[in-house]
Ligand binder design. Structure first.
Ligand code: NDP
Length: 293
């Protein structure tokens, strides 16, 4: 049920994960500390970071201070981080994760994702995450930016299946084939850049719906993601947006309006998703390397 910031999805290992969380990409340590404190103050129960963002120490500080300032305990917040491309491999993941725990000022992480699938390494990275999961250092393990080829390969070789796949998802980028694959395999979808990194906020259809429902464009998009069953983690550094992005539980989009947003999908990257940060191919066609498992 989509009720409030405490509303969760039950992941395939039984862990409850908040449906609406908070992202911190492209924020410095100092800004991340303040953003996380503000997010906790405004009731967010889930924070998403990554070693690649360079702000795990700032997030850890914000988490520690935010919990104290609001009379909360560590288990009240669901914390996600990710394994950096350069750390992938079995022992290197174990070593990197130990450092990430220290940076984040915590002795466990709720969810750890393979940030990007590095061919030839991501299965070893996964084995390390399985060990950390079995050792009780991580409550759930998942992936990010995995296309269907990589998901299939991982499912063939893993002993613990990923709980979710975090991928770019917003009105303009819906990755329908990956979503269908994840649905069929009980892998939860989570949206990164859920507001299109800001770009979807000015789409005329979104602005029209904002006027119709007397909501902001961001609230319309976040609500659409929640009603689509997608976990979403909008980011902002402004307290006004951090607060208003949570006001999405007092209205419901009609089916016709959900469908109107569904129809905005540009379907640019389906099926080969995910290698441009590794191999430098921002908008190119799939290549043999991108399609290998
Ligand atoms: P979003 O889609 O969340 O958009 C963030 C942008 O929208 C910022 O410029 C923000 O501005 C602006 N914004 C937020 N709320 C509002 C509002 N109510 N009105 C107007 N503007 C608003 O972008 P991100 O790319 O940051 O994605 C969210 C999170 O997803 C990241 O922070 C990160 O945690 C995760 N992510 C994961 C990736 C992966 O590979 N796994 C890749 C990319 C992101 P401002 O900050 O100035 O307030």
């Amino acid at each position: 049920m989509i009720m409030n910031l405490n509303s969760t999805v039950t992941l395939n290992n039984g862990v409850e994960m908040p449906r609406l969380g908070f992202g911190v990409w492209q924020t410095s340590n100092a800004v991340a500390t303040d953003s996380v404190r503000m997010a906790i103050k405004h009731g967010y129960k889930s924070i998403d970071t990554a070693k690649k963002y360079g702000n795990e120490p700032g997030v850890g500080e914000g988490l520690t201070r935010g919990l104290a300032e609001n009379g909360l305990k560590r288990s009240d917040i669901f914390l996600t981080t990710k394994i950096f491309i350069g750390d992938q491999g079995y022992q290197s993941t174990l070593d990197a994760f130990a450092g990430q725990l220290k940076s984040l000022q915590t002795d466990y992480v709720d969810l750890v994702l393979i940030h990007w699938p590095v061919p030839g390494k991501y299965l070893d990275t996964w084995r390390a995450l399985e060990k950390l999961y079995r050792d009780g250092k991580i409550r759930a393990i998942g992936v990010s930016n995995f296309n269907i080829i990589r998901l299939k390969n991982l499912l063939k070789h893993c002993s613990i299946k990923p709980v979710l796949n975090q991928m770019e998802f917003n009105p303009l980028e819906q990755e329908a084939d990956i979503k269908a694959f994840c649905d069929a395999h009980d892998i939860q979808m989570e949206a990164w850049s859920p507001l299109g990194h800001g770009s979807a906020l000015t789409h005329p259809v979104i602005m029209g719906l904002a006027e119709k429902y007397d909501k902001t464009p961001a609230q319309i998009i976040i609500r659409w993601e929640l009603q689509r069953g997608i976990i979403t983690i909008p980011k902002s550094t402004h307290e006004e947006f951090i607060a208003s992005n949570t006001k999405v539980f007092d209205f419901e989009l009609a089916d016709a309006d959900i469908n109107a947003i569904n129809a905005l999908d540009l379907d640019k990257r389906s099926g080969w998703y995910g290698d441009w940060q590794v191999f430098g191919n921002p908008n190119g066609k799939p290549t043999a390397v991108e399609n290998r498992d």
